[in-house]
Design a binder for this molecule. Sequence first.
Ligand code: N01
Length: 966
Amino acid sequence: MPDVLARQVVSTVSLAPKAAISGIRAPIWRATSPPMAWVSGSSAAATRRTQAAGSVERVMATGCGICAKWSKLLRASIHSPEDDRGDFCQISSTKNNNSWEEGRMPQHHDIVVIGAGFSGLYAVHKFRDELGLSVKGFDAAGGVGGTWWWNRYPGARCDIESVHYAYSFSEEIQKRWTWSERFAAQPEILSYLEFVADTLDLRRAFTFGTRITSAVWDDEDHVWTVSTSDGGVCTTRFLIAASGNLSIPKPPDFAGLDRFKGEVYTTSQWPHHPVDFTGKRVGIIGTGSTGIQVIQEVAKQAAHLTVFQRTPNFALPLGNESLSEEKRRWVADHHAEIRAGARETFMGIPFERPEISGTLVPAEARKAKYDRLWSKGGWPLLVSSYADVLSSQAVNDDVADYVRDKIRARVTKPGVAELLCPTDHPFATKRLAFETDYFDIFNQDNVDLIDVRTKPVEHLTERGIVAGGVEYPLDVLIFAIGFDSVTGPLVHLGLVGRNGATLAERWQDGPRNYLGIAMHDFPNLFTITGPTSAVALYNNPLAIEDHVDLATDAVRYTLDRGADMIEATAEAEEHWSRIVNGLLGLTLFPKAKSWYMGANIDGKRTGTYIFTGSAQLYRQMTAEMQQLGYGGFVVGTRRAALPPMMKLDPAVLGLMGVLQGQGTKALHDCTVEETRALVDSFSMLQGDARDVEVTATAYPTKTGERPVRVYRPKGRAGLLPVVVFCHGGGFIAGSIDAIDKPCRALADDLGLVVVAPGYRLAPEHPFPAATDDTFAALEWAAVHAARFGGDADRLVVAGESAGGLLAAVAALRARDGGGPRVAAQVLITPAIDGAAKTASRVEYAEGPILSTKAAEGMFAAYLAGTGAEHSPLASPVHAASLAGLPPCLVLSAECDPLRDEGEDYARRLAAAGVEVRSIRLDGLIHAAFSMAGVIPRARDFTVQIGEFLGAVLGRADAQPTRAAGE
Ligand code: N01
């Protein structure tokens, strides 16, 4: 038995009456009266449990089966939960099997699962059937199904295609179940979940009709004490909140609701019997996804329907159809190929990949694309159009205009179309809705649309609703007003963590957690598809499977290490908050008052409730966390370091998401041609081109002329410092075209003449071609500076990445060759040493953008068997001395495999007496300097260069030197 667990049992036993010591696995204690709750551990722990249980009068003790069970599990490779039913923790038994009767102790479980929807069912299966743990589930509903048990309103159906809106973990289930429609309706989805529950024998794990009223963490015994609405109490080592994101309805708070004499329904608590609207006057409040679904159905039956709309929504055609028997079978048989690669996409559905930006595409081509995607039905207009539709206002406006035109084309009643056109929020920043004949029903005589922004609902009367001073008589009123989403279901569980911290208090300012699944001070709790995880924009069944798999793995990992507790660190929460807030800030979502933003509930803090990077990115981050031994968690007493991706600037993560969405190949997998194309394509990430004077000319080299561009800011008088800027691209890629925008920006922002030489690339032109060319360019710039209004006395050599190395070598050659006189060198994320074996080459071996493997491959291509490995012209680290080199700025990026070699070089320069400024930019990556269009903090490079040159060249000004050659 692991130490920690042994300690726990000992402390439990020490408080127990003698009889309990031997009775750990059997009912051992009979109370007289009244019913008693169970507590164990220290008196403080006992008090806490007492509070949790509500009516504790005696102290009892029990043991925990998990330790014995897990060691048994480790001992024996075959383990059946059935074996354990009489074996573990059978200390209590009641008709509900979770509370205690007189004289019984509450049952202890390894795992308690809250909820019997998609998440809870799969969680029971994983923990019970795969890990072999004792699992108890609760659900307030009368059966399995979660949201699909409650939301039985007419028209309820999923808007993800049925084959995708299903579990993927079981080949058998996918093959056996067939879907009758492209987008399944609620009854069929509920039947599917019942089928899954029966196939896997999951129902027996649950107590239905029972709500969790509190769950309190005991920090001494490392268990949760769970209280339920039937008065029951049980304990559990691990708590799985599979309570969904949309399970707490927003309460209707309309004045006079209790006076209304008609029928009242809430979509999310719909009765189990059919509701007949024939001949009735129906009113519906709410036009979100639910409202739109129910409205289009009720309009077909009701004598009259009045829709009270506060915000029109973007609704796209669903494109539903019923599937023939043959097609159903085919879909089931081909599920694997239909779903292939789903998890490697933005949304967990293998839709066509979007283009990177709509801004680069002509209007006719955009329109043609929209038409094509519109006709597919469902999500493609959002996810397959342009990757920047949720971040670029211009691109979003374009799509929004397209959708509004579609609405106008369908709604013919005067004035109604404009009311139905959303104008107060960008496209898809409120959750997209999908419809079949929603817009058409407003052309019917029996349907009226009331805009409650101009005619606010004042109150209800016995007869109906008064809005804008007019009474609308109703027989039936339906609320489709949404949910206290994402955080509501968790806050309502009454979770109390370490030191009495309640979740409600903890999340007063919005949710705070790690990866959306775990929380500091709430150990051993996993929130399936919790706030800030990838769920709102990720196909739910896959998001759920991913999270349940993660929770299962975390429990297994914890127990395998002999620990009984796993908890996210405060530091990890801090980084995760920075990331999710930053990602959200890059999008247009904050412009909408939506549940995505927590803005649909009065008094709820607006903020970051969802992960707006892609599902693929989220999965990559969780995978890295797991690979690094639960980085960012404390497991037992072992604290695992934060995963490298957690340190990234959110904009970098956003970029990674976009590149993944494009299916961009890793650099180290690219051919030379592909590398060149990829590096050139990064110019799309550079923002707008500044308006500066550009001269395209040529400079002489030993092998002929090479192109060079000279940039000078407009409207600047006098001689300006001259910066010869060597582009990056790993010696095999990059060009003066690819670096055009950053050079313009440098010139414009810092008042410089920037000289950007084109140089020969490997492998066609291996070492020393690039260094010969760039040095020739430096000589040429020194001679011709004045021609472009440049001051040769303030000649700077600079470069990024491979260009940084070329710049450093040029400075060395200038020193050793007697000129030109270089006033300063600026090395931006330089590739200083192709043979470096540094920590950063290990920590960021996979990039982002540049991997160690790619860096090594490129350097090898540059040297190309020339045997120059130890030449100072190949790397300045081989120079006999670095003394006498010009002042140097080294800008390194924290998350760059080349980080350390740049910083090491700075240290060596300093040791040689060179004036050096070495600055590491947190969270940034290789090549971030030239991605200012998507990484706002790329500006930090420019700011640092400006400050450095200001300081160094200011002195150079005072002591002018002549460049060699003049
Ligand atoms: O809830 P919502 P929903 N007076 O919050 C209005 C999922 N879902 O149940 O926008 C007047 O989106 C409110 O107006 P406003 C899906 O994720 C999935 O429709 O706040 N109106 C809005 O129009 C979805 O996003 C499917 O101005 C009031 C509506 O009520 C999520 O569930 C199907 C009001 C609420 O819209 C929630 O959708 C259905 C007031 N006081 C739902 N208060 C699938 O197809 C609120 N409103 C899988």
